[in-house]
Design a protein around this ligand. Structure first.
Ligand code: LLP
Length: 418
């Protein structure tokens, strides 16, 4: 489902022409569709309807408070990876009892904060983390619910930078050691073993590696239970891939979750998932304006006002995002590299794009809802862009453009430095 449509040659999201969004907020600017986010969330929620389940949105994909609020209202839980994300979820009204804390490097301060908030579960990624958590829970006079993130050694068949489930990776506890670590965890006085979890990578487009991970994790869950350690939930992580390019395939989440629900029937274990990209990825676009068309002998460049500071995925992963004119107009067609104003050759948003554009035209960079604004930086002292949420025919401002002054507000010249 997409809520992006062309009406008389002009691109609209839900009921709102994107030209209108650009007029109101300027460019570059992120825009998200509320109904697309809701539809994607429901694919998981409805697919798992036959079993006790909780969909925990991976906040790192897009952590804007309004997006968290949209999901909270649907009953979503949250998968966080930092104290900062915990603060965001709480600020958006997310319930602590639906928060999972993942990540390999939880600091003492972050653990104390999460213990104080009485979050649902810590997804523990190593043995030293288990000891630290036990000690801090003891000091706080509480017990921490834990799940061990096991590394099932499954090839997610995705980009190596975002593949996390293979042996030799920094994530999780090696599969072969897991049962022993569970036995140890069950003996620690300030921990309560609650679940088991895995996450094998991101942008996974085939169900088979995910299903292989399910097999391995369930095998281990059976062994843990047989060892006399009761489990309450199994968390199969996130990683569901989306379509970035016309004609590419996508995960059939409905099919996958229905099959998973069938498989989990009668096991008495709550099913958790941690999808991020699939929920927000296709729901967002980045609006940008063409500054210059630069014609070189060898190449043509469309220099736009967005850059790798706003969207780093093409530079970092050679990721492909469709780039389309917001308003179709009779222009000469040519092949361009779409680049930003940053002083880096890698500041590319798309290469070899056939576009019929002129200077001043508005472009939409598609599938920019996940790992886009969330990974934006201030490189070249560029204020991060505003974000808008389209809800039917309404446009909500959900984040203001940063001011330049705010970027150096915490800095001092020598005469004022202490
Ligand atoms: N759970 C854990 C423990 C994770 O590490 C991640 C993502 C997720 C859930 C959510 O995965 P998703 O459903 O979104 O695939 N910046 C990269 C993606 C990094 C993903 C990191 N972990 C990109 O732009 O492609």
């Amino acid at each position: 489902m997409s809520t992006l449509q062309r009406k008389d040659g002009a691109l609209a999201m839900e009921g709102v022409p994107l030209e209108e969004v650009a007029r109101r907020f300027g460019t570059p600017c992120y825009v998200y569709s509320r109904s697309m986010i809701e539809a994607a969330y429901r694919e998981f929620d409805e697919g798992l309807a036959g079993v006790d389940h909780l969909v925990c949105y991976a906040v790192k994909a897009n952590s804007n408070l309004a997006i968290l609020d949209v999901l909270r209202r649907l009953g979503s839980g949250f998968d966080i990876v930092s104290g900062g994300e915990l603060s965001r979820v709480r600020a958006a009204g997310g319930e602590s009892s639906k928060i999972l804390f993942s990540g390999v490097g939880k600091s003492e301060a972050e653990i104390r904060f999460a213990l104080g908030e009485r979050i649902r579960c810590f997804n523990v990624e190593s043995e030293p983390e288990l000891e630290r958590l036990n000690a801090l829970a003891g000091a706080a006079g509480t017990k921490a619910a834990v799940s061990l993130r096991v590394n099932p050694d499954v090839d997610a068949k995705t980009h190596p930078y975002i593949s996390t489930g293979l042996a030799g990776n920094k994530f999780g506890i090696p599969y072969g050691r897991s049962l022993e670590v569970y036995r140890h965890a069950a003996r620690l006085p300030h921990l309560v073993v609650s679940g088991i979890d895995c996450h094998i990578g991101s942008q996974i487009l085939e169900a088979s590696p995910l299903e292989e991970a399910v097999d391995r994790v369930l095998e281990l869950a059976d062994a843990v239970i047989a060892a006399g350690i009761p489990l309450h939930h199994v968390d199969f992580g996130g990683g569901f891939g989306i379509r970035y390019r016309e004609g590419d395939r996508t995960m059939d989440v409905g099919h996958y979750t229905r099959k998973l629900a069938q498989r989990m029937q009668g096991r008495g274990l709550q099913v958790l998932l941690e999808p991020g990209r699939y929920i927000v990825g296709n729901a967002g676009v980045l609006l940008t304006r063409v500054e210059y068309l630069k014609l070189d002998k060898a190449k043509r460049f469309a220099v736009v006002d967005a850059s790798m500071s706003e969207l780093i995925r093409p530079a970092l992963y050679e990721a492909w995002h469709e780039i389309v004119p917001v308003t179709e107009a009779p222009r000469e067609r040519a092949t361009y590299d779409v680049v930003g104003p940053i002083c880096e050759s890698s500041d590319v948003l798309g290469t070899g794009r056939e576009l019929a554009i002129a200077e001043g035209d508005l472009l939409a960079i598609l599938s920019a809802g996940a790992y886009a604004m969330a990974m934006a930086s201030n490189y070249n002292t560029r204020p991060r862009p505003p974000e808008a949420l389209v809800d039917g025919d309404r446009i909500l401002a959900i984040r203001a453009r940063e001011s330049v002054e705010s970027l150096y507000a915490g800095e001092s010249t020598l005469d004022k430095a202490e």
